[in-house]
Write a protein that binds this ligand. Structure first.
Ligand code: NAP
Length: 224
């Protein structure tokens, strides 16, 4: 059977991998969850939307004659990675897991490491102006913090709206230039950054900006 690779994507690394494999002449389909209405272009074929769980992913793999899955999803995207493991076993398709390493704290970083979003929300001091860099589907644990001003950045606004008490919405992709991130923090008088330890290079600029401005970071640890 000829090689057909499914990349579970939605990350910068997945797009880079697709470009590399397509340049080598390999047959590649990248799967995106479909949450971003205008995703950045990806080399090779692209499909969008959920598969309907692990069993249906397995059926899809067989129907599409996939010979290898590469899980290059975001480290906090847990369900799709679990589904990939089960679907690979059910369909007898090889699975290659590409996991990012978490960012390592630099001596100048002021980090408060926490285990989950709820603890992050409860760790913020009252009256802070918080840059909340966590993704639109994770805002709920912060809704009770009526004593905090949030600046939240996302590529698309959530369909369900935003239920934070006091917030400013910035519709943009993260910059890869730490100086641009620092300017944004200063223009908005940010006093605390809340984010996840996602690793990789795509979203690291905000960590350097916080370091350079001596802004404390409440950082959620990468899942094991
Ligand atoms: P998740 O919680 O692991 O997945 C929820 C459901 O969304 C999955 O069960 C699956 O639906 C569908 N799904 C997720 N990734 C998919 C993919 N690449 N292709 C097809 N269906 C997918 O994931 P999430 O945290 O919502 O993240 C969704 C996507 O955004 C991922 O591809 C991830 O790489 C990307 N992303 C996530 C984050 C983050 O912070 N979580 C950040 C940047 C990018 P079915 O069960 O119906 O198949």
């Amino acid at each position: 059977m000829s090689e057909r690779i499914l990349i579970l994507g939605g990350t910068k690394e997945a797009a880079e991998l697709a470009e590399e494999l397509v340049a080598e002449g390999r047959s590649v389909i990248t799967s995106l969850a479909g949450r971003t209405t205008e995703p950045l272009p990806v080399a090779g074929a692209v499909r969008k939307g959920g598969f309907g769980g692990a069993d249906k992913l397995a059926t899809w793999l067989i129907a599409n004659k996939i010979t290898k899955i590469i899980d290059a999803t975001h480290p906090f995207a847990r369900q799709i990675s679990k589904n990939a493991v089960r679907a690979a076993a059910l369909s007898d398709v090889a699975l290659d897991i590409r996991r990012r390493q978490p960012w390592i704290r630099h001596e100048k970083d002021i980090w408060i490491e926490v285990g989950d979003l709820e603890t992050a929300a409860n760790t913020i001091a009252a009256g802070e102006t918080v840059f909340l860099a966590i993704g639109s589907q994770y805002l709920q644990p912060f809704e009770h913090r009526t004593d905090v001003h949030f600046i939240t950045r996302m590529i698309n606004p959530p369909d369900s709206g935003i239920a934070l008490a006091d917030y400013k919405l910035i519709l943009a992709r993260p910059s890869s230039d730490w100086r641009a991130e620092a300017e944004l923090f200063q223009a908005n008088r940010v006093t605390t950054l809340v984010c996840r330890n996602s690793g990789g290079t795509g979203a690291h600029a905000k960590i350097i900006a916080a370091r350079e401005l001596a802004i404390p970071v409440i950082i959620i640890k990468m899942p094991a």
